[in-house]
Each structure stands twice: as structure tokens, then as C-alpha cells.
Design a binder for this molecule. Structure first.
Ligand code: PMP
Length: 447
């Protein structure tokens, strides 16, 4: 190992990403690869979009930084106006930060402050879901139910958080159970958790509308989020939806919750907000939450030095303008449908592909030893990493995950191409991915 830059793997150095254009990245191995997952579902416009680069340059020349204790800035104000145009789902305000984890922290603290302002200081509990990921900082990790990521840090995580089952029909719906009955069972479990904690002690429930990294593009069954919303309302708790990965157009609508027929009180966004052009995330906040704080103490008791950074905001503003002006959600819907169709044609009958699922340009394949038993592969085989390596060898980047998450899942790999992807590129992505999966599975040790 030569690199002094500590990133993830301390035993081997990754290649250097040298340049990018559209859906392609050129690297220090001399390869040009298709960024088939936009990193971790980040690069929604692909790389080097001239409009975003120009907006960043223009802002850099005007002003790179001013502290929010003294100033607001034009691009952040314009970004808030654009993102909240028509107040989607009653969301009226935007708080900007630099990552998804920071967004989750802000959402959790705002939920807590909302109840304090309203004279309910006893609301200290947050309910989240198992096999979930909401970020790596300590508060966001405490919310996360992902056993693998939590385990080393469990002793220093807050015990204000508890976890219920996610809506994961592929594995958890019983064979003799209808979809409606499964949703009713999950709702009863959530209700029971409120009762266990004392309904007036719960500040919020947090979940991803479409589960990204931990489960692999798992959509909820119809009626699930409606039931969740009703339970939160009945007990006066806030609903926080984490759309860091699935939001800002990724699933074909600007917000994933639009397809669930409910709106959150607080929504976390990040990856698609700035498309990777700058580190930027945020929360969208409902009018009644803002009103409680404005009419109470008058200040959100939380902040960061780089919140609403002018250049980050300028990049995000340009990304959001391009998504709207180039009508990219329509392309996400059309190319997403094609991607799902082609993946199913290519891999749907493979004996080790248990499930192919997704929405919009957000698809995953989950691998199993046996389709009938849904038995996951031995985590030590690191099948998802093998698929990633085979895909890279064929000029495709995808996002691997799994195997060791709660010991109950198969490995899965996510495809989440930029919203600008063309029909021909979708075909190429599926060809390369199909070859990579077949080769990785064929290359597993026998026994
Ligand atoms: N929430 C979800 C749903 C995520 O997928 C992620 C990142 N994978 C985060 C939060 C944390 O975001 P970040 O890595 O930007 O801190």
C-alpha cells in the first residue's frame, strides 16, 4: 500500500478516477468505465455537465464563503425557492448541510426540538427499522438498524432509538399471508412499539421510502406508508423520511413519497441534490414544524460552519434546474422501465438470482444459493464484491452490498445510472452486468 490517504480499505489502493464525461469515468488503469450506479446513486446528471460547472465557476468568482450567522446567500435562497416551489406535501423550508448523515442528524434534532417547543419534553424516543442505514455519524448510526455497521460502535450509541421490522416482502411476507395482511402485521408491530415506549414518549419514526444500500432498492407494499403515517398522527409523532438515496428524482418522481400517497414532516435529501458536484445535503421541513420553532424559541438549535455553502448551493441549484428544464424525470421513468425489463429478461431465471426489484433508475439484484429457500450465500464468499470486480473488468461500475447484513439477506448489487442515460447505454449496462453476474457466480468455489 502506497497511498497516505486513508479511505476505506487499508490493505489495497483503489485506482485513481481521473476524469469524467457524461456517464463515463476514465481512471488510472487506463480504463473508461460506465458509471452504472452514479457512485452510490449520486451522479444523477453524470459527470462534467457544462451548466453545473459554469454555475460553480460563476459563484466561485463572486463569493466562496460567508458565515450563516451573518449572511444568507443568493444560490441557497434560490435553491430553497426552487426545491420548495408549490410546497410539495406541505414542506415549506429547506435546511442545507454537507451530507446525508448531517441531514439525518438535523432531522432527528429538529424533531426533538419541535416537541420541546410544544411543551412535550418527554418525547425522547425515536423508532427506526431494522436493516436500515441513515448515516455514519453517531446519531444517524444509532437510528440505523444495520447490525453490521452498528456492532463495533453499539456501546457508544444512544439508547433513545429502537427498531421494528422493515417492509421487505421478498423475505418477510409469509407464504400464506396476503400483501394486505403482511402490511397489517407490520402496522401492528409499529403500534405495539409505540405502546411499549409509551405513545407520548415517541418523537418520530424514521424510514426510507425505497430502501437503498442495506436491502437493495426495496419498495414498500401499497398501504404500508399510509398505515405508518396514520400511526404517527394518532400518537403525535413526526414522520421523517430518509430520501438521501431514493429522492430527488431517482425513482421517477421528484420525491419517492409521492408514489406512496403520504408526505413526511421532515425529509432528508442529499445525493441527488448536488449530483456529486459538491458535498451537499439537507432537510425539507413541513410548515407546522417550522411554525412551532418560529413561534417558540425562534431558532433551530443546530448548525454547521459549512451549512448553505455558496458554491455547494450554486451547484445544487444548477443540478435542480437541469433536472426540471431537461425534463429528466420523464427519462428516468422511461429508461428505468427499460432497465427493469432488460434485467429481468437477462437474469430473472438465473438459479442464483432470487429477486430483481426497483423503481425508476434504481434497481438491484439479490443473490441466493437457492431460489426456493432464499438462502443467502456464505458471507465469506463476498459475492457482491466478485460481481463488482467482474463488472469493472467489463467496463461497468455498480454498487455492491451485502452478505453480512443481519445474516438474513443475500448479497445484492445496485444499478443506478445517471438520469441522462440513453436507451443504447441501458442495453450496454445490462449486457455487461449480466455477463459479470454469470461469470462471478460460475467462478464461485464448489462445495
Ligand atoms: N441515508 C441513506 C438512505 C443513505 O443511503 C446514506 C448514504 N449511503 C446516508 C443516509 C448517509 O449519507 P452520507 O454518506 O452522505 O453521509
Amino acid at each position: 500500500m502506497r497511498s497516505r490517504l486513508l479511505q476505506r480499505n487499508l490493505r489495497s489502493d483503489p485506482p485513481l478516477a481521473l476524469s469524467g464525461e457524461g456517464i463515463f469515468i476514465r481512471d488510472s488503469n487506463g480504463k473508461t468505465i460506465i458509471d452504472g450506479s452514479g457512485g452510490a446513486a449520486v451522479a444523477c446528471l453524470g459527470h462534467g455537465h457544462p451548466r453545473v460547472l459554469a454555475a460553480m465557476r460563476a459563484q466561485e468568482e463572486k463569493l466562496c464563503y460567508a458565515h450563516t450567522a451573518l449572511y444568507s446567500c443568493e444560490p441557497a435562497e434560490q435553491l430553497a425557492d426552487l426545491v420548495l416551489q408549490d410546497e410539495p406535501g406541505g414542506l415549506t423550508h429547506l435546511y442545507l448541510c454537507s451530507s446525508g448523515s448531517e441531514g439525518t442528524e438535523a432531522a432527528l434534532k429538529m424533531a426533538r426540538q419541535y416537541h420541546l417547543e410544544r411543551g412535550e419534553p418527554q418525547r425522547t424516543k425515536i423508532i427506526a427499522r431494522r436493516q436500515s442505514y441513515h448515516g455514519n455519524t453517531l446519531g444517524a448510526l444509532a437510528a440505523s438498524g444495520n447490525a453490521m455497521r452498528r456492532a463495533p460502535y453499539a456501546p457508544i450509541l444512544s439508547d433513545a432509538f429502537s427498531h421494528v421490522s422493515p417492509c421487505y416482502a421478498y423475505r418477510d411476507r409469509r407464504d400464506d399471508e396476503s400483501e394486505t395482511d403482511y402490511v397489517a402485521r407490520l402496522a401492528a408491530e409499529l403500534e405495539a412499539e409505540f405502546q411499549r415506549l409509551g405513545p407520548r414518549n415517541v418523537a418520530a419514526f424514521i424510514a426510507e421510502p425505497v430502501v437503498g444500500a442495506t436491502l437493495g432498492c426495496v419498495t414498500a407494499l401499497p398501504g404500508y406508508f399510509d398505515a405508518v403515517r396514520k400511526i404517527c398522527d394518532r400518537h403525535g409523532a413526526l414522520l421523517i423520511l430518509d430520501e438521501v438515496m431514493c429522492g430527488i428524482g431517482r425513482t421517477g418522481t421528484m420525491h419517492a413519497w409521492e408514489q406512496e400517497g403520504v408526505a413526511p414532516d421532515i425529509q432528508v435529501v442529499a445525493k441527488g441534490l448536488g449530483g456529486g458536484y459538491q458535498p451537499v445535503g439537507g432537510i425539507l421541513i413541513g410548515g407546522r414544524v417550522v411554525a412551532a420553532i418560529r413561534d417558540g424559541s425562534g431558532a433551530f438549535m443546530h448548525g454547521h460552519t459549512y451549512q448553505a455553502h455558496p458554491v455547494a448551493a450554486a451547484a445544487a441549484l444548477a443540478v435542480q434546474q437541469v433536472i426540471r428544464e431537461e425534463n429528466l424525470l420523464e427519462n428516468v421513468q422511461r429508461m428505468g422501465a427499460l432497465l427493469g425489463e432488460r434485467l429481468t429478461e437477462r437474469l430473472g431465471n438465473h438459479r442464483h438470482v432470487g429477486d430483481i426489484r426497483g423503481r425508476g433508475l434504481f434497481w438491484a439484484a439479490e443473490f441466493v444459493t437457492d431460489r426456493a429457500t432464499k438462502q443467502p450465500f456464505d458471507p465469506a464468499l463476498q459475492l457482491h464484491e466478485r460481481v463488482k470486480a467482474e463488472a469493472y473488468a467489463r467496463g461497468l461500475a455498480c454498487y455492491p452490498m451485502g452478505g453480512t447484513i443481519d445474516g438474513r439477506q443475500g448479497n445484492h448489487v445496485i444499478l443506478a445510472p445517471p438520469y441522462i442515460v440513453t436507451r443504447e447505454q441501458v442495453e450496454t449496462i445490462v449486457d455487461r452486468f449480466g455477463d459479470a453476474v454469470e461469470s462471478a457466480l460460475a467462478g464461485l468455489p464448489r462445495g
